[in-house]
Design a protein around this ligand. Structure first.
Ligand code: ADP
Ligand code: MG
Length: 301
């Protein structure tokens, strides 16, 4: 196969692993900086142009689009889809998962367990919004945050109120969520590839931090999931329409609750913690599935 790897930084651990795994299995893999691509949007022959040349002959595309460049990155990925190149994850599915509110709404529709979550645009109703999720302490999140940045704990009603008002004042979209304190600063990640869970880990936040993100100093260990946790993770991935995802869950008193579904999950934490060869399994998934024109949505919807 000839594989395009959409990335701004091929040197990152995850990208290096994908490059090595693809080459080890006899494939050609080309890192492409999607911000340097430009496109020709015509109905007959869509093209992506890179360094002055048309990109041709690709069988599959692995999108690794940074959260800060979702808009342009997804437009480039869509163009590949219209050219009939098979995407590891489709642009539409990535778009669903990147917006936390849209993601939670779709999960709720499909009956996946979630933390009680509220969303409002109107600061005159802040007290109500806090009460809706069970009162303080509450978690306040930016809709498009990542790596734990933009996730704040409002410990008292008063502090929650000021944080919510500050975000609204700055015209930043947020959601307010029940604080699952019984998870005690831990969460679990299930790494899913094509309807199968291939690796799982539990992350624990650094001392005094309720956020367990590895980027925030959290540590990880391998963990065994319950049957319910497994089905929850697979269901969450399916409702996003993602082939590959890192599903993050909390162990709450009312069962597993999904916080988010990551469409470009990092490989370093999960591979080093579990010793699973996740990169190779991603490449073998493409070997089985990448056929011209097999994209479900072709970027529409
Ligand atoms: P990000 O996209 O920035 O990683 P998350 O929604 O995954 O944002 O939240 C970051 C971390 O904060 C989670 O991994 C978890 O440890 C903690 N966290 C998030 N939401 C809650 C919640 N409702 N209750 C308890 N802890 C939470
Ligand atoms: Mg997270």
């Amino acid at each position: 196969m000839k594989i395009a790897l959409l990335t701004r930084n091929p040197k990152l651990y995850s990208h290096q692993r994908l490059i090595t795994a693809a080459q080890a299995r006899g494939h050609e893999i080309v890192p492409i900086d999607y911000l340097r691509c430009y496109m020709n949007i015509t109905s007959k022959k869509p093209d992506v142009i890179y360094h002055g040349e048309k990109l041709k002959g690709f069988d599959a595309v692995i999108p690794r689009i940074a959260a800060s460049h979702t808009f342009y990155g997804l437009a480039v990925l869509r163009q590949f889809e219209m050219m009939g190149v098979y995407p590891l994850n489709e642009s539409v599915a990535i778009g669903r998962s990147r917006d936390k509110l849209r993601c939670l709404q779709l999960l709720a529709r499909d009956g996946v367990g979630l933390p009680v979550t509220a969303f409002a645009n109107d600061t005159t109703r802040t007290d109500d919004v806090i009460a809706m999720v069970g009162g303080a302490p509450v978690v306040i999140k930016l809709l498009e945050g990542t790596q734990g940045i933009g996730v704040v704990l409002g410990e008292t009603h008063k502090s929650a109120r000021s944080v919510i008002e500050a975000f609204h004042g700055a015209e930043v979209a947020i959601l307010v969520q029940e604080f699952v304190k019984e998870s005690e600063g831990r969460d679990i990640r299930a790494f899913v590839i094509g309807r199968r869970i291939v690796a799982t880990m539990q992350r624990t936040g650094s001392k005094g931090d309720f956020r367990s993100n590895l980027h925030r100093g959290g540590t990880a260990t391998e963990v065994e999931l319950t049957q319910l946790e497994k089905t929850t993770a697979l269901k969450a991935c399916k409702s996003m329409g993602l082939n590959v995802a890192g599903v993050d869950m909390l162990r709450s008193d009312h069962g597993p609750v999904v916080m988010e579904v990551n469409s470009s999950p990092g490989l370093e934490g999960i591979e080093k913690t579990t010793k699973a060869d996740v990169a190779e399994q991603i490449i073998t998934f493409l070997e089985k599935n990448a056929r011209p024109g097999r994209t479900k949505t072709r970027g529409a919807g």
